[in-house]
Write a protein that binds this ligand. Sequence first.
Ligand code: ADP
Ligand code: MG
Length: 663
Amino acid sequence: MSDDHDAVLRLRQVRKSYPLGPVRVDVLKGVSLTVRPGELVSITGPSGCGKSTLMNIAGLLDRPTSGACVLQGRDVAELSGDERAGLRNAHIGFVFQSFHLLPRLDAAQNAGLPLVYRGVPDAVIAKRAGEALDRVGMADRSGHLPGQLSGGQQQRVAVARALVGEPAVLLADEPTGALDPDTGREIMAMFEALCGQGVAVVVVTHSAEVAARCHRQLHMAQGILVDDTPAPTPRADLRRGHGSMPAYGLPQPPRSRAGAAALRGLAMAERLRLNAREAGTSLRSVLARSALALVGIVVGVGAVIAMVSTGQTVREESLKQFRELGTDIVTIRRQFTRVRGRALDIALADVNGLPAAVSTVESAAAAVDWNTPIRYRGQALDQRVAFGVTGAFFDLSKLPLAEGRLVSDLDGHRFYCVAGAGLARGMRSAGAVSPLGERVRVFGRLCTVVGVLESVPPLAVGRQLVPDESVFLPIVAAMRAGGGGIREAVAKVRAGVEPEAAQREVEAYFRRIRPELRVNVATASQLLARMRSQGQLFALLLGTVASISLIVGGVGVMNVMLLSVRERRGEIGLRRAVGARQRDVQQQFVLESAALALSGGALGVALGVAVAWGIARFAGWPFSVSTAAIVVGVAVAAAVGVFFGLYPAYRASRLDPIEALRS
Ligand code: ADP
Ligand code: MG
């Protein structure tokens, strides 16, 4: 035909058949149709005769069983799904009977959706969507959600969406079927205006009135198309592509294979960003329903955080202890032993006699501590730990003197004391010029400060010791005033002796002189190893909890996402119809899943920090929030979301757009 090169759309001998059990149902039996720019074509026919099938093929949503479909001079038969999506986006506008607006997007966002998948900048989309809404008389409703609009208004928004991308062909499948006659007439008036600007419009309708307004009336019966009008003479001024359309400065719809490739090759980051934003639009409603599914993620991420930060604390602590105390000490702890109703304690004489009796021990010290108020000049200081110590304690614990003198065994019952750096500071801020010679009240008795220690970090070998926050009295005086017995002592191993040898000898010493008392003697490295294995146990426990919870949480997320995909089939179909590629749908759902898991992860971070704090308290370690732990926790949540979102997203992307739209 001589005027074929004018056509925007040509169908040639299109057949479509569906397998129905052993037979095939022929829905289209060789349909040929040529549509030129500026034409307004109606298709009427009984229900089930194949009108929608024809429209879907013409709109590149469906493939014919045989026959050719040529859009803008290009045969689309061989094109891939994503190439067809690109062509739909560039050349075709759809209007459906049931509007198919996305419920969570407002009118402007709905109208602008095709441009999103064209990679148009946000500001341009907003401007173009506004103009499109203006053309359908909906400018004042741009912020309204579809639920806040009447049916007629929703269909206007749908028309705005169909024309926002300046399509060459507008396909409307019973667009007025759900509307009252007046609104139907207004919609038809819009189509006529579009035709006036060179767009080819094909309307499927049951209304004789609608059909009568069209330039060409086609009739369909049982898969055969009958043209009821003589071929029109297209007006030259309506031919598309010669300035009849207003120029909006949009990226030009591709007219060649290279153009389609450019469209497909939208920068990955850009594509990710737009799909992330689309994912964000539905996240809130998904979140509200999936709080329970997130419990697993919350617990799992919490456990990961607790695990990592506890592990880190243990490593740091044990290293620090090594540095500060050295490896040449053994600790002696009495096991709880009860004899005739009384708990047995270590005797001071046993500790003091240790260096003389055991050749591998150089010195030994005992310490007892109390949690008791310490008052100065009538007011309570913040510090509340009093220690009773033997003279060797300071050397063994590497506590350096800043001023004055240390207390020694020679001080006996006298109430002298050495103040920790923090305590001395507290006294100064309570008015003391120098703490030396001042008197603090401990155990209700006045005690003269004879020395002040330098500030040192807390120690945690054996029990927690915070020297800065403590006051140290001669052990005899302190035990008489405070009561209680010695449960712990420290011995320093002679230089050149294996700590394990000293450990065995100290054990033997206590067995010999105090057979009824059971003591636990440990070297520094054993203490550290114990601490480490305690940490590893925690890590193992938390790791188990983490993996189980994350799997449970991941399956929960997957379930939520699968439900979401099923519920949103219409949305998926519509997005595909306006030009979203499979990859776009896939990305959107993976990102939704990741965001879902991440929001659970955020709660999990809070939980994990709390648990790590609890463990540190329980174990007597200093607590610090580890950024590495938080990073790991967030990354794990995101990874779970992505991994368990892949399958639902795959399902979503593989949905047949026509099937999806039909639901
Ligand atoms: P119309 O829009 O004219 O009412 P359709 O094009 O929707 O008709 O459908 C035409 C015929 O094709 C119907 O008989 C319908 O049952 C059949 N049909 C449509 N889609 C499918 C499908 N996916 N599988 C089998 N039959 C189908
Ligand atoms: Mg139909």
